[in-house]
Design a protein around this ligand. Sequence first.
Ligand SMILES: Nc1ncnc2c1ncn2[C@@H]1O[C@H](COP(=O)(O)OP(=O)(O)OP(=O)(O)O)[C@@H](O)[C@H]1O
Length: 304
Amino acid sequence: MYHFIANPNARSGQGLALWEKIKLKLIAEHIDYQIHFTHHRHHATEIAAELTASGDPVTIVVLGGDGSVDEVICGLQNLSLVTLGYIPIGSGNDFGRGLALPSDTMKALDLVLHSEQTRKINLGVLHYHDKVHRFAVSSGIGYDAAICHQLCISRVKVFFNRLGLGKLAYAACSLYRLRRCQPDEMEILLDDTKRLHFKRVFFASAFNLPYEGGGCKFCPDAKPDDDLLDFIVIANVPKIIALAILPTVFSGKHTRLPGVHIFRCKKAEVHSKIALPVHSDGEPIYLQKDVSFSLEPETLKIIT
Ligand SMILES: Nc1ncnc2c1ncn2[C@@H]1O[C@H](COP(=O)(O)OP(=O)(O)OP(=O)(O)O)[C@@H](O)[C@H]1O
């Protein structure tokens, strides 16, 4: 039995129409399934928690964007008994991109239904105050999170999604937020031993997969099954250089530029002098000064 958790609102409202196409194929192939639509933010977390509470093996298929994946993994219990399939119908789809899953809806469905291959992946964990929040792709503090916060409140994403140009929404918000960004000091501690101090930090982010922001390859070498996080800090360069770095992240060539610092670790603690936006898989986690990133001890099985 496949449990589909579907965000009808993904890609600015196109999720429902895509589900109708999927449903026809499931019926035609006599697939045993249940559909669970999300009705509000964080609903996918509640559904995932209910589906995995019993302690029986369960196959869950997420139909949505990176935000939906994030909400589902945050609800999962008994990780070792869960098999997760993913049909990317969001605007960013960096989870699917990072795992090289098909971007075409029907091809992704075909893979979920007929592939016999699975891959065990790590899940990241963001810690803030006394709270934890899992992430599948990336989580960060500063400028990249400010872009995510902006995307959530602006109409730009809806506008570009209607034109089928969802990625441009991220580009537009990146430029808008860069003008307003005030880089400030951060203390960073990696694996309890390596202490770093940066004076003018744009952002500091932990990556489980290479891409965020709809295809920006910030950590080109991040692997989801190496039991490590790739940790990037963009700091100590003038804004004009930060602006020059932005287009190079699509090719991954930014790693050679000044101001780009990439580390590999199991745990990163960040203490920012000022409260800054935080995100987990693009979902806003308010403003924070102290956050840390680590890995979930258990892995999650993904249909690939
Ligand atoms: N029924 C709903 N109505 C309104 N918002 C919803 C509903 N279901 C889920 N959401 C919210 O929609 C947000 C975005 O969802 P999702 O990530 O699936 O799509 P997307 O934003 O188009 O894709 P991406 O995250 O890849 O850019 C999530 O924060 C989720 O909480």
